[in-house]
Design a protein around this ligand. Structure first.
Ligand SMILES: *[C@@H]1O[C@H](CO)[C@@H](O)[C@H](O)[C@H]1NC(C)=O
Ligand SMILES: *[C@@H]1O[C@H](CO)[C@@H](O)[C@H](O)[C@H]1NC(C)=O
Length: 353
């Protein structure tokens, strides 16, 4: 379904509860307090949104709502942090430029594009959204994806990490698990859907994934039951990030062998290693209160702020000062990652400087 058709349907349905909101970009830099806490710089560049107490370490005891003075997210009691890798374009001459981002339609003006975040009780297209789900607890965090994945089989462990080649702002169809192999007029959307079954005990786990599980059978969308090991059904956290590839669509700049030119900030040119990080930080019961209400997006109550106010929180001072290729073409990815086109780099890099 085209997005505009979905919106019309959702807004005319009488009882629905779907939390969907935009977050402006807080900062873009090489920090990763979940996977490499305290490490400055972390291996690869991320874009981070949410509460401004974000820093390199983020101990689980850290009180995000207590230590943040603002958030770049629309729900002003959401001091969580959400982050993903960033995308680069690799030119024929082997230099890189950061691909800018766009906010979803309706959220234009959000600094840096940022991301759209969802907390769903039921599948996106189920406008009733009435299933009971439990909010996360303070200290909760999770990771999803595999930075090392370079094959479809490796990516298949993660059920719903996808790309959409967008022809316009409403494009939502034909999701792929690899980078689109052809040009996308408007941009490329990445959708990251986190697992939805919690073990009910652990706020984190050594790989930041084992305390969560996908449903035992089927998917969150097909209402598959949670396994006995992870019996607590949570809302589905989803990120949508739009990469504005429109200025990189000249075929003369693409690899001569016709392969696609985009690469994640950690060197993956297959797209299979897309991943996301989440550190819960809603104030008190604010998330649960909304999840217990029938509402849709901006009608979900809670405390909300304007895009202008979200943007006031953007632009956190960077800890790691380096050229990340926003205005300049850079000779290598920050952190010096090699570009990998296949698992064993069997194929030659199709273009070298
Ligand atoms: C991160 O912030 C906490 C306080 O919120 C502070 O105790 C800690 O030292 C900071 N860590 C770094 C690496 O800046
Ligand atoms: C590399 O390619 C880009 C894109 O075509 C171009 O703008 C840039 O000037 C080139 N850099 C060098 C050093 O040739």
């Amino acid at each position: 379904m085209h997005w505009s058709a979905f919106l019309t349907l959702a807004l005319t349905a009488s009882s629905n509860a779907l939390i969907r909101f935009q977050c402006s970009q807080l900062v873009v830099e090489r920090l990763d307090p979940l996977v490499t806490p305290g490490q400055v710089p972390s291996p690869h560049v991320h874009q981070i949104v949410g509460g401004n107490s974000f820093n390199a370490s983020m101990e689980p005891e850290k009180d995000l709502p207590g230590e943040s003075t603002c958030t770049t997210c629309q729900f002003s009691e959401d001091f969580s942090n959400y982050w993903t890798a960033i995308l680069y374009f690799r030119a024929r001459n082997g230099t890189y430029k950061r691909v800018p981002q766009l906010a979803n339609a309706g959220f234009e003006g959000a600094t840096g594009g940022g991301m759209t975040v969802y907390y769903m009780q039921d599948p996106l297209y189920d406008t009733a959204q009435k299933s009971k789900v439990q909010a996360f607890k303070p200290g909760f965090r999770m990771f999803m994806g595999d930075v090392e994945a370079r094959t479809k089989a490796e990516a298949a462990r993660f059920r719903q990490l996808t790309y959409t080649c967008m022809s316009d702002a409403g494009s939502r169809e034909h999701e792929t698990v690899a980078f689109p192999g052809h040009k996308c007029e408007y941009g490329i959307m990445t959708s990251l859907r986190f697992p939805t079954c919690w073990d009910g005990v652990n706020l984190d786990s050594p790989n930041h994934m084992d305390h969560m599980s996908y449903p035992e059978s089927g998917t969150f969308e097909s209402a598959g039951p949670c396994p006995a090991t992870h019996p607590v059904r949570t809302s589905q956290v989803m990120f949508e990030v739009i990469w504005d590839t429109s200025s990189f669509n000249d075929p003369a700049d693409w690899p001569e062998d016709g392969s696609q030119p985009f690469v994640w900030s950690f060197g993956d040119a297959t797209g299979y290693a897309n991943h996301g990080d989440y550190v819960f930080g809603w104030k008190d019961q604010s998330l649960q209160n909304i999840l217990d209400t029938s509402c849709y997006a901006a009608s979900c109550g809670g405390k909300q702020q304007s895009i202008a106010d979200m943007n006031k929180c953007a632009g956190l001072k960077r800890t790691v000062e380096e050229d990340i290729g926003v205005d300049n073409w850079i000779a290598q990815l920050p952190g010096g990652h090699n570009v990998e086109y296949t698992k064993n780099a069997k194929r030659e890099v199709p273009y070298t400087a």
